[in-house]
Write a protein that binds this ligand. Structure first.
Ligand SMILES: NC(=O)c1ccc[n+]([C@@H]2O[C@H](COP(=O)([O-])OP(=O)(O)OC[C@H]3O[C@@H](n4cnc5c(N)ncnc54)[C@H](OP(=O)(O)O)[C@@H]3O)[C@@H](O)[C@H]2O)c1
Length: 246
């Protein structure tokens, strides 16, 4: 049985992934932004999940979460970096900085799955230099944030051959973010993340997946090593934390 953290598991796709993994008998670490939001995870905790709490828009809280995860009795096998926001000042911190810090600081997991979006294809690589990563004001778009985290996923795959790093477009799914009328299938929306976290889609790293387990071609900048390096440099400079190289 695998030991998997799903960030942002109070709702939507993260909750769907966490519930399905628990159902299959895996050891699941569920995550909420606050103690009060953690209350909605009580049914999962009652079924054996472990709850961790951290506001991913708060860098100190993310660092403390990494310390807590590193101190777990059993090491994590995988992280599904699922938590996300579609707008607001915390969007870049939650969508990009938190996955970066958890990847750099949590030592055990060998499989990382990053939630991308089909919308990353309309992201603009050149806005990278104008992003305020601190969360004090909204900069860039949701599409930009998903372009950056998808490029980061590809950079991890390239620089850390010891890890398996993949990005997933879950489709347009009916959640708080996706809206009630979203047309794609909810179960398929979290299935690929689970299979990647379990290592059940082959020994693949650096791929961009659509929700029905198809590898697709991402935005051209994702595979651009120069752009990947710029994303890494921006995040390293901003956080003071370097991504360990394999
Ligand atoms: N739904 C879609 O159609 C779609 C399409 C493409 C990509 N995605 C991506 O899929 C992922 C999941 O999306 P979803 O549709 O399931 O969204 P959702 O229903 O809005 O759920 C987002 C999750 O992230 C958590 N979260 C947000 N901000 C947080 C913070 N500051 N600290 C800790 N947790 C935080 C939320 O916590 P609360 O419950 O407390 O708010 C919730 O658990 C996201 O990365 C999203 O960008 C979704």
């Amino acid at each position: 049985m695998a030991h998997i953290l799903v960030t942002g598991s109070t709702d939507g796709l993260g909750r769907g992934a966490a519930e399905a993994l628990l159902e299959q008998g895996h050891h699941v670490v569920v995550h909420a932004r606050s103690d009060s939001r953690g209350e909605v995870l009580r049914p999962l905790v009652d079924r054996g999940a472990r709850l961790v709490v951290a506001d991913l828009g708060d860098r100190d809280a993310v660092t403390a979460l990494a310390d807590e995860l590193n101190a777990l009795d059993a090491p994590l096998d995988a992280v599904i970096h699922n938590a996300g926001l579609i707008r607001g000042a915390a969007m870049m911190p939650v969508n990009v900085v938190a996955p970066y810090l958890l990847t750099a600081l949590v030592t055990a997991p060998t499989r990382h799955v990053y939630l991308s979006s089909g919308m990353h294809k309309s992201g603009t690589a050149s806005v990278l230099g104008d992003v305020d990563w601190s969360g004090s004001r909204e900069t860039g778009s949701y599409s930009d944030s998903k372009l950056f985290v998808t490029a980061f996923s590809a950079a991890v795959a390239r620089l850390r051959p010891d890890l398996r790093s993949n990005a997933v477009d879950p489709g347009w799914v009916a959640t708080k973010m996706g809206g009630a009328g979203a047309p794609d299938d909810f179960e398929l929306g979290h299935r690929t993340q689970r299979l990647l976290a379990l290592g059940e889609l082959g020994d693949v790293s650096g791929a961009y997946w659509f929700h029905e387990e198809q590898q697709q071609q991402p935005h051209a900048s994702v595979g651009d090593e120069g752009f990947q390096g710029e994303v890494l440099a921006a995040l390293e400079r901003e956080t003071g934390v370097a991504l360990p190289r394999g």
